[in-house]
Write a protein that binds this ligand. Structure first.
Ligand SMILES: Cc1ncc(COP(=O)(O)O)c(C=O)c1O
Length: 404
């Protein structure tokens, strides 16, 4: 079986982890945490990094930083992981969804504009933020979002979990366009360092910001909101979202190989595209002229005309030894958000009656027709050949059988 992903742990990571073990700095204090925070923030062009226990926690803390009031709204894509919507709802907010761009699968920025303007017309001041989520390695078209944020005084919480090192050409309508790293464009940004990410800490995450007040707030939320001047005295509720020095040690070792990791991913993306392009019924990842994408996962979308959906396609690939993963299912299709409150089980999972009757056709289609192919850092050229030959053979069979 060719695995969908495999982390690649190098000698540096082993050396740094050993140092933690030898010196006893195994918990949430130690030199690797600060170094990892500072180096990752600097790499992304931000001032402050606040390491977290995972990307979901980082999102929750980042949304916590902007201080939503109950019922405040945040615009986000429907096509993403539940962590994004959960971070908003746990903080008392209401997610306002937009569909995906059919080429990049990231949020459709035209719809963001429409939804922002519709909210502004209401004049109730409820819309507070936009959460762009860069998908599968490709950046969101950020400039229109940055402009809306500036015009209407909205906060931007960028979810860059899937795009370590990806770049975006900002200001391309000006005389001074500039390439900037994803995660360096919002008021706050969020990363995950789960084992399938470009760089990993096993489990882990980080919040980045240029704002010292947000940095302080995120640090406080991470550590149970202990007051610095009086420990065990609390004026707010926080979390234990701490990352360990052991995990940061792995991250730092990985970060030292960042250029190599990106080069490998871009090589993989190019190799897949060269072998798969031109196959009828198959949509491949793009790289817009304003983007340097990092192919976190090499996603493909089957045309509905093939008569095959992603579940059956994945099954066929698995039978031939190729592991895949399905695309996200949109937030508007999640029972946990749809169930009316009075019919649900209560507690955190209580339904909210959100998104009733809402339709997002692109997200719905790619959720059913999309999957990603093996994309790990250990993938070889021979394995890519094998995966592509298998994909082609399955689609050829379908073409033959429909002709009969
Ligand atoms: C876009 C996005 N945001 C957030 C997360 C959550 O990160 P974690 O799994 O570290 O909680 C993920 C996870 O893969 C993700 O893909």
């Amino acid at each position: 079986m060719i695995p969908v992903n495999e982390p690649l742990i190098g000698e540096k990571e082993i050396e740094y982890v050993n140092e933690c073990l030898r010196t006893g700095w195994i918990s949430s204090a130690g030199r690797f945490i600060e170094e990892f925070e500072q180096k990752w923030a600097a790499y992304c062009g931000m001032k402050y990094g606040i390491a977290m226990s995972n990307g979901t926690a980082a999102l929750q803390a980042a949304v916590g930083c902007i201080g939503l009031q109950p019922g405040d709204k945040v615009i986000m894509p429907t096509f993403t992981i539940i962590s994004c919507a959960q971070a908003i709802t746990y903080n008392g907010g209401v997610p306002i969804l937009v569909d995906s761009d059919p080429r990049t699968w990231c949020m459709d920025v035209g719809q963001v504009r429409e939804k922002v303007e519709a909210e502004m017309k209401k004049g109730d001041g409820k819309l507070k933020a936009i959460m762009p989520v860069h998908i599968y390695g490709h950046p969101v078209d950020m400039d229109p979002i940055l402009e809306l944020a500036e015009k209407y005084n909205l906060k931007i919480i960028e979810d860059a979990a899937e795009v370590h090192g990806a770049e975006y050409l900002t200001g391309r309508a000006t005389t001074n366009p500039q390439w900037k790293r994803c995660g360096g464009l919002g008021h706050l940004s969020v990363f995950s360092f789960y084992a399938n990410k470009l760089i990993t800490t096993g489990e882990g995450g980080m919040v980045l910001t240029n704002d010292p007040a947000y940095a302080e707030k995120a640090r406080s939320l991470r550590n149970l909101c202990f007051l610095p001047q009086r420990r065990f005295y609390h004026t707010e509720l926080g979390h234990n979202f701490r990352l360990t020095n052991l995990q940061a040690a792995i991250g730092l070792g990985q970060l030292e190989r960042m250029e190599e990791i990106i080069a490998k991913k871009r090589w993989m993306g190019k190799a897949y595209t060269e072998r798969l392009q031109g196959i009828p019924g198959l949509q491949l990842p793009v790289e817009e002229p304003w983007a340097k994408q990092v192919y976190w996962m090499y996603g493909i979308v089957l045309a509905e005309s093939t008569g095959l959906d992603a579940v059956r396609f994945a099954q066929k690939l698995k039978e031939k030894g190729v592991e895949t993963r399905p695309f996200f299912l949109g937030m508007h299709e999640q029972p946990v958000f749809q169930t009316p409150t009075h019919l649900s089980h209560g507690g955190r999972d209580r339904g909210r009656g959100f998104f009733t009757g809402e339709k997002y056709p692109i997200a719905e289609r790619i959720a059913r027709q999309g999957l990603y192919l093996p994309s790990g850092l250990t993938l070889s050229g021979t394995q890519i050949d094998l995966v592509c030959d298998t994909v082609k053979a399955i689609l050829d069979d379908i073409v033959k059988s429909t002709k009969l």
